[in-house]
Design a protein around this ligand. Structure first.
Ligand code: ATP
Length: 135
């Protein structure tokens, strides 16, 4: 069994899609291991998106992710990392994510793509420590 860090980003919370996202996670058969509504401070957001530092969209991304409440989750199950990325769809909600995925069904713009999911075992371990240090 594997664990992965999921965020329902501020656009997803603002649009009332938290239940929709959790419902899809549960229907897939993944288990919730942690769940919290919270606001990300600058330091947390910088740690989370460290790999994007220096990119053109980095500052805007930090403003966006710290701009309102988000929901952080740890979910668990066999191949949970790939399974959630399948549910989420590709980064660009129009060009990459297909209908039937969270981003494909509900997203329009790359920045406002509703959810985050860790992309590897190493990222998942790193990100779970950032958001849920006691887990
Ligand atoms: P996430 O890490 O959030 O699951 P991802 O792995 O699909 O997304 P990354 O390439 O790691 O995508 O980018 C991280 C996040 O940065 C994206 O989810 C998106 O919100 C934002 N982002 C990425 N590329 C752009 C861009 N060109 N313009 C604006 N925002 C972007």
């Amino acid at each position: 069994s594997e664990r992965t860090l999921v965020l329902v980003k501020p656009d997803g919370v603002e649009r009332g899609l938290v239940g929709e996202v959790i419902s899809r996670i549960e229907r897939k058969g993944l288990k919730l291991a942690a769940l919290e509504l919270r606001s990300a401070d600058r330091a947390t957001a910088e740690q989370h998106y460290a790999e994007h530092e220096g990119k053109g969209f980095y500052e805007g991304l930090l403003d966006f992710i710290t701009g309102g409440p988000l929901v952080a989750l740890v979910i668990e199950g066999p191949r949970a990392i790939a399974a959630f990325r399948q549910l989420a769809g590709g980064t660009d909600p129009v060009e990459k994510a297909t209908p039937g995925t969270i981003r494909g069904d509900f997203g329009l713009e790359v920045q406002f793509n509703l959810v985050h999911g860790s992309d590897s075992v190493e990222s998942a371990e790193r990100e779970i420590k950032i958001w849920f240090p006691t887990l």
